[in-house]
Design a protein around this ligand. Structure first.
Ligand code: MOS
Length: 731
């Protein structure tokens, strides 16, 4: 695919506006509380009624009867719908759980009824009057107990036809013969997204046309999901989600709030708003599955890996996908003998699905702790051990190169800037008063996924530009980098660009997922801008081959005309999208990171405090260093949570997550996080896209938890292979 203009130039390469630290253009709206979130859209449609969701109180079984008499008679109640009145809806793509409909209960807090009332308080009060009789069935909730019966499973990150096994060489013989070896099992718990804004939607019908204002990372998936579950044509559905208070993967897919708002609104004949109440979200929604990962590494005495074995078991509802925790292991290090695969056990907890850096995040928690252990066995510095085993080609197919891979530079730069040479490899050797100080590091890799993305850009008479695409901004800075892209392409200041996001009436974008959002949505806009540049040149009678767009003017030959002139007889529009063809198949594309952490462990209580963190990230061109840094420090914070705090506790009797709110599910707060440094290597990736950027939203998380865990080991000398590393495990 050729990404350049007719003259063979790429205007983005000028970097007058792209690559600059433009602050978030939606920032003032967000920090003044004036950005309207889905549940607060009092402005969009009058006469909104409130829906309150009733969740199942068994994890598995059947509903025998639902008595809605008392609820219907309660104050303010307009209507009650129950799951028994609807057919089970086919779950949308990449989802397993039925959101509503039918008597079967597949997991705890699955929605069984919606009470609609004039006020939220009346809906909530009446919801407690709905009586549900169940016939409970025994379920399976314990991954460890089911692991022996788990079945090998395809890797969802590699598409439908992916091989189940990455099996190269003779693993068993090579591992048996390896002079130095490690065979350990690591476990990670179920985790939840814990985003600030809960799932929330307002639905309104106009005849057979449905509009839903919701909180979704993927507008087109929400639209398609609503159409499929409601059994209506997609063109009858409009979805709007201009502001989103965090998603982390929990809002990739249609959830019960949007579906129930639509069903409720239909039933009562007026607009209905539904939020999933906070205590319901964790069991009703999706979570990251726990994993049990066995890693076997074999090496020659010089430190070169001869074998890599990595098998990860995760759980999901019957028919669900595995947590793809071995993906990075296929690509991170060279070794001639490999056995890497996934196994999946059927469980009756809620649906396991994507959470930030799905696969890589928990996979690296295991692999990079194993690498630390192996370095110690070999007596090699952990940074040097990783450098020694770096690879520039796909270990499964030496013909496939990485488009750009600068992991070694990440590692060396990080070691230098973090002061790694001051680390003492003997655990517990460094003291600071009562604190035992440890340093740890880890490498990270996360695939650079490419998604088609389209946009439209309009030039108005006053010279202003308006960008429309159904891209979302989940707190990432999408508004800002799209404005920067349009400004750079059209030669105007950022202030001359208005960006309209999150509306399914706009061209379909890549959406916000899989860390593809920034790179691919700006690339789609790049394509639309090329169209608009062509239209402007034609309107002005300029040669598109050599037209230059800069300083609010279009120059060609010896002519220089204000851009706004082109629209003086009416607006001009460019609409196009980017498709990536087969480029991504000839190259492996990924972002890379080296993560460093220093912790203090209280020598009396075992309390762990993170003291310093550094990430060195190789993710192609950085489109905006402010928003990119925010992505990485947010991800590093999430990694500290994964290392030290986050875990959903399972009630094995009732089959539910017990700590199902932000009081019980612990995440780091400001006081837990020290100063964080982020260094971006500047290696634009021309294979990735015309923007030459790569994914940045998830690589920041990859390796963080293992770096913290390795630092804790360096302090305590106790190797805790069971995350999170809470203090009782190393005392
Ligand atoms: Mo990400 S887990 O694709 O939002």
């Amino acid at each position: 695919m050729d990404f350049t203009t007719p003259s063979g130039q790429n205007p983005i390469d000028r970097l007058k506006i792209v690559g600059r630290p433009v602050t978030r253009i939606d920032g003032p709206l967000k920090v003044t509380g004036t950005a309207p979130y889905a549940y607060e859209r009092h402005d969009v449609i009058p006469n909104q009624a409130y829906g309150y969701v009733v969740g199942a109180t068994i994890a598995k079984g059947r509903i025998v009867r639902i008595d809605t008499g008392a609820a219907k008679a309660a104050s303010g109640v307009i209507g009650v719908i129950t799951t028994l009145e609807y057919k089970p809806a086919a779950p949308p793509q990449r989802q397993t759980a039925n959101l509503f409909g039918g008597a079967e209960v597949a997991h705890y807090h699955q929605a069984v009824a919606l009470v609609v009332a004039k006020t939220f308080e009346e809906a909530r009060a009446a919801a407690h009057l709905v009586k549900v009789d169940y016939q409970a069935a025994p379920g399976k909730y314990d991954l460890a107990g089911e692991a022996s019966g788990a079945k090998p499973s395809a890797d969802p990150n590699e598409g439908q036809d992916a091989e189940i096994f990455d099996r190269v060489g003779d693993f068993d013989a090579a591992f048996a013969a390896a002079p130095v070896k490690l065979d350990e099992t690591y476990t990670t718990p179920c985790e939840t997204h814990a985003m600030m804004e809960p799932h929330a939607s307002i639905a309104a019908w106009n005849g057979d046309k449905l509009t839903v204002w919701t909180s979704s990372q993927m507008i087109n998936w929400a639209k398609a999901g609503l159409a499929k579950t409601l059994g209506i044509p997609a063109e009858n559905v409009r979805v709007q989600s201009p502001f989103i208070g965090g998603g982390f993967g929990g809002k990739l897919y249609l959830r019960a709030d949007a579906l129930l708002a639509a069903l409720g609104a239909k039933a009562v004949g007026q607009p209905v708003k539904v939020t999933l109440q906070r205590p319901l979200i964790i069991n009703n929604g999706t979570h990251r599955s726990a994993t049990i990962q066995r890693i076997r590494l074999g090496a020659a005495p010089d430190g070169r890996l001869t074998t890599i074995g990595h098998v990860s078991v995760s759980g999901n509802l019957p028919g669900g996908m595995p947590e793809p925790a071995v993906g990075q292991t296929k690509l991170l290090y060279a070794a001639p003998n490999r056995e890497i695969y996934l196994k999946l056990a059927a469980l009756d907890l809620g649906e396991a699905n994507d959470m930030r850096a799905p696969g890589e995040a928990p996979g690296l928690m295991a692999l990079e702790m194993a690498m630390d252990e192996m370095a110690e066995k070999l007596g090699i510095d952990p940074v040097e051990f990783r450098i020694l085993n770096d690879t520039q080609t796909d270990p499964r197919d030496p013909q496939r190169r990485f488009s750009e891979r600068h992991l070694v530079e990440c590692l060396r730069t990080g070691a230098d800037r973090f002061g790694w040479s001051r680390r003492n490899g003997t655990p517990g050797a460094i003291r600071d008063g009562k604190w035992i100080v440890g340093m740890g590091m880890a490498a990270g890799l996360r695939l650079n996924l490419l998604m088609p993305s389209a946009a439209r850009i309009r030039l108005d008479r006053d010279g202003r530009l308006t960008v429309e695409t159904d891209m979302t901004d989940i707190g990432t800075g999408a508004y800002t980098i799209l404005a920067q892209t349009a400004a750079e392409m059209m030669g105007v200041p950022v202030e001359a660009v208005t960006v309209i996001l999150g509306d399914s009436a706009s061209p379909v974008s890549a959406g916000s997922g899989g860390q593809w959002g920034a790179n691919t949505s700006t690339s789609g806009l790049y394509a639309a801008c090329l169209k608009l540049r062509g239209a402007v040149s034609a309107r002005l009678g300029l040669n598109a081959e050599d037209a230059e767009f800069a300083d609010g003017k279009v120059r060609s030959g010896n002519r220089s005309i204000p851009l706004a002139e082109a629209a003086k007889d009416g607006p001009l529009t460019g609409e196009d999208g980017i498709r990536f063809g087969d480029l991504d198949k000839r190259y492996v594309q990924a972002s890379f990171a080296a993560q460093f952490a220093e912790v203090g462990v209280d020598s009396f209580t075992g309390e762990v405090r993170v003291r310093r963190m550094l990430a060195v990230v190789d993710a192609g061109r950085v489109l905006n260093p402010v928003t990119a840094r925010s992505q990485v420090i947010g991800a590093m914070t999430m990694g500290v949570g994964a290392a030290l705090m986050e875990a959903l506790a399972i009630d094995m009797r009732h089959g539910c997550f017990v700590n199902h709110d932000l009081g019980g599910y612990e995440v780091p707060v400001h006081a837990d996080i020290p100063h964080q440094d982020v260094i971006f290597l500047d290696h634009p990736d021309a294979i990735s896209s015309p923007m030459k950027a790569k994914g940045i939203g998830e690589i920041g998380l990859c390796g963080v938890a293992a770096a913290v865990a390795n630092a804790v080991y360096n302090a305590t000398g106790v190797r805790v292979r069971d995350y999170p590393i809470t203090l009782e495990k190393h005392l």
